[in-house]
Design a protein around this ligand. Structure first.
Ligand SMILES: *Cc1c(COP(=O)(O)O)cnc(C)c1O
Length: 310
């Protein structure tokens, strides 16, 4: 296995509620890799940034929702590398609405980094990967380097192969949240034959196995656990929020409500249901995403729901 250039620490999780089940649970703190290009987005952008520079591009163009971790990360990473950035954002209702943009922590952060924001309808957004749409974007913005939604492509998967280190071979199970499937693909490709990789999708999606199979061979060493999406992407309920807050108080590890919170809820639930054999060693990848907590808390406050502690 390649020696990763950037290594994050593994922190043991000590939680009363799982103590009787005699498994070891650690969190790989990829959220600490970088304050703004956090977690898996750092891994996914690394080789894309090098490629863009090698090919002589001056501008990165990408796509995302209004609270996207990927948008925030790419805006900052682009600035660091001296590249211009354009974010094509889902939701034309935001076009020209300075009030809404300013009150959105992700979009205002991205713009502070110099990202140009363009808002498009959900219909158009759905076709964003079509060659005709890419053609239109090239006409409008010139010779940009395209980074797909969520940042997933071959080079992103290459970067995610650097998450696990040789020391991590002592773990039996590697757990990771799944959005577009790029991160889990890198883990599957770099895990040892004695390890299983368990993905926790944060959305209802039937297409994920297919996406992951573009990069990693379907095989016995990985599976998706689909019971912990909490109703869909960016959907939360009070049970999830209170779990995230309890977990933070007991372990000092902050979790985000879209990805890592759902994964960790699932892991703890599975431990309590005896899914893992006694003495199993479990490593959960903290993929970051903490920038999204502010935006989620603003939505929760409007609904008079409990907030996520930070
Ligand atoms: C983007 C993101 C994911 C999803 O990663 P994929 O490679 O798209 O599956 C998981 N966790 C966090 C915190 C993210 O920001």
């Amino acid at each position: 296995m390649k020696k990763p250039a950037e290594i994050s620490r593994n922190q043991e999780v000590v939680l009363e509620e799982i103590a009787p089940f005699e498994v070891a649970l650690f969190v790989k703190r990829e959220d600490e890799l970088h304050p703004h290009v956090s977690g898996n987005k750092y891994r996914k952008l690394k080789y894309n940034l090098l490629e863009a520079r090698d090919k002589g591009h001056e501008t990165l163009l990408t796509f995302g929702g209004a609270y996207s971790n990927h948008i925030a990360a790419l805006a900052y990473a682009g600035k660091m590398h001296g590249l211009r950035t354009i974010g094509i954002i889902r939701g034309e209702e935001l076009q020209g609405r300075e009030d809404l943009i300013r009150s959105n922590p992700t979009l205002s952060f991205a713009r502070e980094q110099g990202m140009r924001l363009e808002f498009i309808s959900r219909d158009l957004y759905r076709n964003k990967a079509e060659p005709e749409f890419e053609g239109l974007l090239r006409e409008k913005f010139g010779d940009v380097y395209f980074v797909p939604e969520g940042g997933t492509n071959e080079l992103a998967v290459e970067g995610c192969r650097e998450i696990l280190t040789d020391e991590d071979r002592e773990f039996d199970h590697i757990c990771v949240p799944v959005g577009t499937g790029g991160t889990i693909s890198g883990l599957i490709l770099s895990a040892g034959p004695h390890q299983t990789v368990l993905g926790f999708p944060s959305l209802k999606a039937d297409f994920l196995e297919g996406e992951i199979s573009k990069y990693a061979i379907p095989g016995p060493n990985w599976s998706l656990i689909k019971e912990y999406h909490f109703g869909g992407y960016a959907k939360v309920n009070e049970k999830l929020i209170s779990f995230i807050n309890r977990f933070y108080r007991s372990t000092t590890i902050p979790l985000d409500p879209v990805y890592t919170g759902k994964m960790m809820y699932g892991i703890v639930d599975l431990i309590k249901k005896n899914h893992f054999a006694k003495n199993s060693r479990i490593l959960a990848i903290h993929t970051g995403g903490l920038q999204g907590i502010d935006g989620m808390n603003r939505k929760l406050a409007l609904k008079k729901m409990p907030l996520i502690c930070t």
